[in-house]
Design a binder for this molecule. Structure first.
Ligand code: TRP
Length: 473
C-alpha cells in the first residue's frame, strides 16, 4: 500500500491548498537556539544523571554518546530535512514529502502519532515541571529541619498543590506558543537559553569548588563495563531519543521554520553537541554535591545509599534537595538549581506543544491562539491523572504494574516516540526520493552523505526497532 504512487491530480490539489504559513526564524542562530531549547530539558538535567547513576556511570555515558552520534544525529538530520522541505507542520510535512516522492500519503500517520505522543508527553512533563517550579520556593524556605524525604512527601501528597503548579506551568507553555513563532517561541528562547547557560555554569562552578569533584569525575568518566548489559543499551538509546526530542515532530516542526540557506548537517551537529554538553554539565553540577553529602563513603557505597534514598526520579527532589538542606548557602543554591530546571523545562515544553498547534492553525481549523488553548487543555486534563498518581491514585495500576504517570510514559515515550523515529528513518532511508533529499542537504561531502545514508537506512531503524521489541517482553 505504501508503495502505491499517487495520481497527479491529488498531488496538485494538496499543493494548491494554501496552507497558512508560520514564517521563519530570524537570524542564523535562532534555529540552533530553539532546537537546543527543545532538546535540553528535564531529560538532561534530571533524567540523564539518574539514569547514569542507575546504570553504573561511565559505561552508560559512553554508550549514550554513541547512541547520540550514530542513531540520534542521523534521525535529527532527517526530521529537519522533512520539515524544512515543506515548511509545514509534521503531518503536512510528511504528507507532502511522501507525495513528492510518489509514495502513499498515509505516511502522514507518522505526524499524527507524533501529535498524540506530544499531547501525552506534555501531560506529565508539565506535572514534573510544575513540581520544579514548586521546589524553587520549597528549597528557598527550607531550614534543614524538615527532611528532604518529608518535604517531597508534603509536596506530592497534596493533589491540590501539584495540580496548581501543573496548571501554572501549562499556562506558561500555552502563553509562549500562542504568541507565535517570532513573538513567542523565538523571543522566549532568546531569553531562556542564555539564562540557562549562565545558571548551569554557575551550578557547575559551585559544585566544582564545594563538592567531591574527583569522585564525580571518576564516576562519570571511568567506564566499568562489568555493569553493562542489554538494558544499559536500551536505556541509553531511549534516553538519547528523549533528550534529542526525536520521533514526535518537535524537531520537524522547528525545522519547518529554518531558512533555506542554512546547512542542516552542521546545525544538527551543533544541537546534538550542545544537548550532550548540557547533560554532562548537569552531571557535573549534581554528582559532586551528592558525593560530598555522602562524605566518607566510596562511590559504590554512595550509590547504594542513593538508591535507598531515591536515586531514580527522586535524585533531584530528595537526594539533591537533602544536600541543599545541609549546605551553607543551600537556601540560595537550591532555588537557583530549580529555576535552572524550570527554565530548561519550559523551553522544551513549548516544542512539545508546537507541532499540534502548527497543524491546527495552518489548516485554518482554529487560530493559533485557540489551537494552543485546545491542545494544552487536553494535555492539562490528561495530566490530572499524573497528578493523582502521586497521591490518591498511587495504588491504581493502568497498564501492567504502572501507575498513571508511568503508563503515559510507557505509551508515549517508550512506544510512540521510538515508533515515530523508526518510521522517519525508514521513510528517509527507503522511500523518499533521493533527489529531494540532496536538494535539501545542499552541498554535502559525498563521503559524509554515504555514511549518513548507511546509518539512516540500517543502523537507526534496527537500533530503534530494538527498543520497540524490548517493550514486548
Ligand atoms: N528533550 C526534552 C528533554 O530532554 C523533552 C522533549 C521536548 C521531548 N520535545 C520532545 C521529548 C519531543 C520527546 C519528544 O527534556
Amino acid at each position: 500500500l505504501l508503495d502505491k504512487p499517487i495520481q497527479q491530480p491529488l498531488f496538485i490539489k494538496i499543493m494548491e491548498k494554501n496552507l497558512k504559513s508560520h514564517g521563519t526564524w530570524i537570524g542564523k542562530w535562532t534555529f540552533v537556539l530553539a532546537a537546543t531549547g527543545s532538546a535540553v530539558g528535564l531529560g538532561n538535567i534530571w533524567g540523564f544523571p539518574y539514569k547514569a547513576g542507575d546504570e553504573g556511570g561511565g559505561a552508560f555515558v559512553l554508550i549514550y554518546f554513541l547512541c547520540i552520534l550514530l542513531i540520534g544525529l542521523p534521525i535529527m538530520v532527517s526530521e529537519i530535512l522533512i520539515g524544512r522541505r515543506s515548511g509545514t507542520s509534521p503531518i503536512n510535512a510528511m504528507k507532502i514529502a511522501a507525495i513528492e516522492s510518489n509514495r502513499s500519503s498515509a505516511w502522514q500517520l507518522v505526524g499524527w502519532t507524533g501529535i498524540i505522543a506530544g499531547v501525552l508527553i506534555l501531560s506529565f512533563y508539565s506535572v514534573i515541571a510544575g513540581l520544579c517550579l514548586n521546589y524553587i520556593f520549597i528549597s528557598a524556605a527550607s531550614s534543614g529541619v524538615i527532611e528532604a524525604q518529608t518535604q517531597f512527601e508534603n509536596a506530592t501528597q497534596s493533589w491540590q498543590g501539584l495540580l496548581f503548579w501543573h496548571s501554572v506551568f501549562m499556562i506558561l507553555t500555552l502563553l509562549v506558543v500562542s504568541a507565535g513563532i517570532k513573538n513567542g517561541i523565538e523571543r522566549m528562547v532568546k531569553i531562556l537559553m542564555p539564562m540557562l547557560g549562565f545558571l548551569l555554569v554557575f551550578m557547575v562552578m559551585y559544585a566544582m569548588l564545594n563538592g567531591a569533584v574527583n569522585k564525580a569525575l571518576s564516576f562519570l568518566f571511568s567506564p566499568d563495563f562489568s555493569k553493562v548489559n542489554t538494558d544499559t543499551f536500551l536505556s541509553a538509546l531511549g534516553q538519547a531519543f528523549f533528550s534529542l526530542s526525536l520521533g514526535m515532530g518537535s524537531i520537524m516542526a522547528y525545522g519547518a521554520y529554518m531558512p533555506k540557506e542554512q546547512n542542516i548537517g552542521s546545525t544538527s551537529v551543533s544541537v546534538a553537541s550542545l544537548d550532550t554538553l548540557v547533560a554532562i554539565l548537569a552531571g557535573l553540577a549534581i554528582f559532586p554535591i551528592l558525593f560530598s553529602f555522602y562524605d566518607g563513603f566510596s562511590i559504590d557505597e554512595t550509590l547504594v545509599q542513593l538508591k535507598e534514598n531515591g536515586l531514580g526520579p527522586g535524585i533531584v527532589f530528595v537526594s539533591l534537595a537533602s544536600a541543599f538542606n545541609d549546605m551553607q548557602y543551600g537556601q540560595l543554591i537550591g532555588p537557583i538549581f530549580f529555576i535552572l530546571l524550570s527554565v530548561a523545562a519550559l523551553s522544551s515544553s513549548i516544542s512539545i506543544l508546537e507541532p499540534g498547534v502548527a497543524f491546527l492553525s495552518e489548516e485554518r481549523i482554529l487560530s493559533r491562539k485557540k489551537s494552543a488553548i485546545v491542545i494544552s487543555a487536553l494535555s492539562w486534563i490528561i495530566g490530572i491523572g499524573s497528578v493523582l498518581s502521586f497521591n490518591l491514585w498511587s495504588d491504581v495500576k493502568i497498564i501492567g504494574d504502572n501507575n498513571f504517570l508511568d503508563s503515559m510514559d510507557l505509551i508515549a515515550v517508550k512506544n510512540l516516540q521510538p515508533l515515530g523515529g523508526m518510521l522517519i528513518a525508514i521513510f528517509i532511508g527507503w522511500f523518499m526520493k533521493e533527489s529531494l533529499i540532496k536538494d535539501e542537504l545542499g552541498s554535502i561531502n559525498p563521503i559524509v552523505y554515504k555514511i549518513w545514508r548507511f546509518f539512516i537506512k540500517l543502523v537507526a531503524p534496527i537500533g530503534v526497532g530494538c527498543i520497540l521489541i524490548s517493550q514486548l517482553f
